[in-house]
Structure formats: structure tokens, C-alpha cells
Design a protein around this ligand. Structure first.
Ligand code: DX5
Ligand code: ZN
Length: 223
């Protein structure tokens, strides 16, 4: 099933509640929250207090993307803030298994993300333990970057790895440069959860934006 996760990094932060509610009303399946620490990535965005403030305003699922070093240190804050699914970066901790266990132990859904230069093979042992794999389709840190088409074989590789162990319902998320055209490419490669920031928030009609993105992906989806 295709799911659309608008990235609030591209919204009007002065109207975060209004923008998020508008995406919910437009039919988005979850809300993608990009957390950047200025260390793991060269940019600083928002933290747990913002998640905590926004959470009670929206019933929709909070899809929290941690681009931070030492995720274990900050995990309790994001759990307490009301995240539903917490995705951390494979590259951000020496012991990813421990981070997975901690997120799971806190009763949250688990996502693991890999940067463009990280091969799919690092996920081999971890795949059975997670709900979602996030294949970055840009270098993490900034919105509005160009989609990296050379990530398409990696998406297919993750989907094939998941199918091979019978985990056919694994969510494979893509993040970075996703618009109607690239949505079709990633869905054809096996991705089913699409993060979109600038391409969605720049549109005058969010409902049409979400619907068009979903249609482009659904038509092409090949698991
Ligand atoms: C980048 C973030 C993305 C970002 C995507 O590091 O993880 O979620 O908001 O932005 P677009 O869709 O504009 O490429
Ligand atoms: Zn993101």
C-alpha cells in the first residue's frame, strides 16, 4: 500500500499547526518530522518540544526521522513527545541493534535509514527487526535537493531482501527529491512510503498534490 508522508521541513514554520492539519485534511497518511542536530548533518531543524506541542493537535501518525548522533541519548524525549514511528540512521550509532531494541522497548514502531553511500547489505541482519527501511534519495540535511536516481537499484535490493525472508509487508520509505515523476520511479523499484517536502508544500492545492503523488506511485508500484 502506498503511503504519503509530507515533510514539514518545507512548510511555513510560523504556521506549523495549520500546515500540518492541512496535510492531514488533504489525505496524507503520516507526518514526516525531520530532526537535525547540526552534527550528524550540517543543519539544525526542530526537536522533541516541537513534536510534543504539535502531537495533541493531530490524530495522524507522526513519522519522526532522526538525523542525529547518539540517538539513544535523545530517544526518551521523542518517545515522550508522542512519536509513533521513530527512524534513526544506521550510520549514527555503533550498535544499531541496541537502538532498534530501545525503540521497540518503548513501544514504538522502528525505522532504520541509510545514507546514499551506505549499501543495502548492512541491513541484512537488521531487516527482520524493523518496521521500515528509509533509503535516502539525497544526502540528508536539506530539503529541495535533486533526486539521486542511482539509489533506485538499492531500493530494489532492499525490497528483494525483504521478500526473500518473507517480510513482504515491510515499509520501504524514500526521502529526498520526491515529486510525481520520481514517485513513479521509486515505486517501480519497490518503495511504498513516500516522503515529500518541497514538491508538496509548494502547491496551492495540497489535496490535489497528495492525490497526484499517490496516483503516480500506485500506478507504478512493483513489490
Ligand atoms: C532531508 C530530509 C527530508 C526533506 C526532503 O534530509 O530528510 O525529509 O525534507 O525534502 P524534499 O522533499 O524537498 O527533497
Ligand atoms: Zn526526512
Amino acid at each position: 500500500m502506498i503511503k504519503i508522508s509530507p515533510s514539514i521541513l518545507a512548510c511555513d514554520f510560523a504556521n506549523l499547526e495549520r500546515e500540518s492539519k492541512a496535510m492531514e485534511a488533504a489525505g496524507a497518511d503520516m507526518l514526516h518530522v525531520d530532526v537535525m542536530d547540526g552534527h550528524f548533518v550540517p543543519n539544525i531543524s526542530i526537536g522533541a518540544p516541537v513534536v510534543a506541542a504539535l502531537r495533541p493537535k493531530l490524530p495522524m501518525m507522526f513519522d519522526v526521522h532522526l538525523m542525529i548522533t547518539n540517538p539513544l541519548q535523545y530517544l526518551p524525549d521523542f518517545v515522550k513527545a508522542g512519536s509513533d514511528r521513530i527512524t534513526f540512521h544506521f550510520e549514527s550509532d555503533d550498535d544499531p541493534k541496541q537502538v532498534i531494541d530501545a525503540i521497540r522497548g518503548a513501544g514504538k514502531e522502528v525505522g532504520i535509514s541509510i545514507k546514499p553511500k551506505t549499501p543495502a547489505s548492512v541491513l541484512e541482519q537488521l531487516l527482520p527487526l524493523v518496521d521500515m527501511v528509509l533509503v535516502m534519495t539525497v544526502e540528508p540535511g536539506f530539503g529541495g535537493q535533486k533526486f539521486m536516481a542511482d539509489m533506485l537499484p538499492k531500493i530494489r535490493q532492499v525490497r528483494d531482501m525483504a521478500n526473500a525472508i518473507g517480510k513482504t509487508e515491510l515499509d520501504i520509505q524514500v526521502d529526498g527529491g520526491i515529486a510525481d515523476d520520481t514517485a513513479a520511479l521509486v515505486a517501480k523499484a519497490g518503495a511504498n512510503v513516500l516522503v515529500a517536502g518541497s514538491s508538496l508544500f509548494k502547491q496551492a492545492d495540497y489535496k490535489a498534490g497528495v492525490a497526484n503523488l499517490r496516483r503516480a506511485a500506485e500506478t507504478a508500484y512493483d513489490k
